[in-house]
Design a protein around this ligand. Structure first.
Ligand code: ADP
Length: 403
């Protein structure tokens, strides 16, 4: 510790039944405490709070987000940070959908909160949950500035040809239908780190970033600005994910409605929760998938092959869109931890200057690093993402302007 809470930013990522949080100093990147509240609204809610290298756990029914956050604050106080007394510099909230309205970190007031709520039509699974976290934090820390950092913001300026869906333009305009893109905080942070690591001006680099977690997305970035990304109006489009299919023939939706008599909510559930790696193999965790493949499970093998095939399809598309690439980077749970996925995604591409050094790729190493041979024309990297730090820095920049 040794720092006072007023330098810290509390970052909150609020889901429908969970709150992930981190208290950190955006300048030094020091994390004072972090944790997660899970199963909010159920009888067996649980909080795991980590501070000073120790995890404390609390299990009791937590009715709603405000009750959860109140308990989190009690746990903070017990570990030396009484946030309600000492205050914090800012609270930074991850908000999934900023629509056309929000494309930079935004100080939250009643009007902004209402606008985030209005965007729920575009992100019914996410924005209401994000808002629950915002309202709870505003109620518990009324004097602390609260800043919304949007997952879509980085992609706001996508070129028209990349963001436009080829449907009736009037219908699209009336309903806000365009490619918004998600995981923007991660793509922006990781591509910035790549420029630092390569000691190059970001303005000079053509980059492809693969954010491969439970959700997965790819982006093509020219000179620090995204020119394409795989997620769309919603986080369903693009790569194969843990439980989402990524790209599909949209005709499948009408076919399911007619032939399988599924209603829209059932189709939404099928596509958001029961598809992707899980739909094909029965499991959504990549470590379990690997175990199944090693035991000879054919369905798991196919799921993996479909996953890699889609990665390569996007790689090829972005390589051409960019007209050549300087750096290809893997991040998030799968991207950072699966040498196999990285090797398979880039196999056989030496003629494009793309190579992975097997020893560098499989070395036990958690740091940001290059995994291509030193003389290869294209740098291939693994860069751990840090969305919390990026959100904390963004929130800090907003409140610094208030002074
Ligand atoms: P989220 O999108 O929820 O933030 P993460 O970025 O934490 O997800 O990524 C979760 C995914 O990362 C899971 O599919 C998990 O299996 C995978 N993963 C985590 N650790 C490993 C590992 N050591 N090897 C392979 N996959 C891993």
């Amino acid at each position: 510790m040794g720092e006072t809470a007023e330098n810290f930013v509390l970052v909150i990522n609020s889901g429908s039944s969970s709150i992930k949080y981190q208290l950190l100093d955006p300048e030094s990147s020091v994390v004072a405490a972090s944790g997660i509240v899970e199963r909010i609204g159920e009888d067996d809610s649980v909080i795991q709070h980590r501070a000073d290298g120790e995890t404390t756990e609390r299990r009791e029914p937590i009715a709603d987000h405000t009750a959860g956050l109140r308990l989190v604050f009690e746990m903070f106080a017990a570990t030396g940070h009484d946030l309600r007394r000492e205050g914090v510099r800012a609270v930074g909230h991850r908000v999934v959908h900023g629509g056309e309205v929000f494309y930079r970190p935004t100080l939250i007031d009643d009007e902004v909160a209402a606008a985030i709520s209005d965007l729920s039509a575009l992100a019914p699974l996410h924005n209401p949950a994000n808002l629950a976290g915002i309202e709870s934090a505003r109620a518990l820390l009324p004097d602390v500035p609260q800043v919304a950092v949007f997952d879509t913001a980085f992609f706001h300026g996508l070129p028209a040809a990349a963001k436009t869906y080829a449907i009736d333009a009037k219908v699209a305009a009336a309903h806000g239908i365009r490619k918004y893109g998600f995981h923007g905080t991660s793509h922006e942070y990781v591509s910035g780190r790549v420029a630092e690591l390569l000691e190059r001006d970001p303005g000079e680099l053509n980059q492809i970033v693969f954010h491969l977690g439970n959700g997965a997305s790819a982006s093509a970035i020219r000179g620090g600005r995204p020119v394409d990304t795989s997620m769309g109006l919603t986080p369903l489009e693009g790569l194969v994910m843990g439980t989402r299919p990524g790209d599909l023939d949209p005709g499948i939706v009408a076919h399911l409605a007619r032939s399988a008599h599924l209603d829209l909510d059932q189709i939404d559930t099928l596509l958001n929760r029961d598809s992707g790696i899980k739909g094909l193999s029965g499991v959504n965790d990549f470590r379990e998938l690997r175990r199944l493949i090693e035991s000879g499970d054919e369905a798991a093998r196919l799921a993996y092959d479909v996953y890699v095939h889609r990665l390569r399809r996007y790689l090829g598309a972005y390589l051409i869109e960019l007209g050549g690439v300087d750096a290809i980077t893997f991040t998030a749970g799968v991207g950072e931890n699966s040498p196999q996925v990285r090797a398979d995604a880039l196999a056989g591409l030496a003629r494009f200057g793309i190579e992975v050094d097997p020893a560098a790729n499989t070395a036990e190493n958690r740091a940001a690093r290059r995994i291509s041979p030193p003389d290869a024309p294209v740098a291939v990297l693994v860069v751990p993402t840090n969305e919390e730090l990026a959100i904390a820095r963004a929130a800090r920049r907003v409140v610094d302007r208030l002074d």
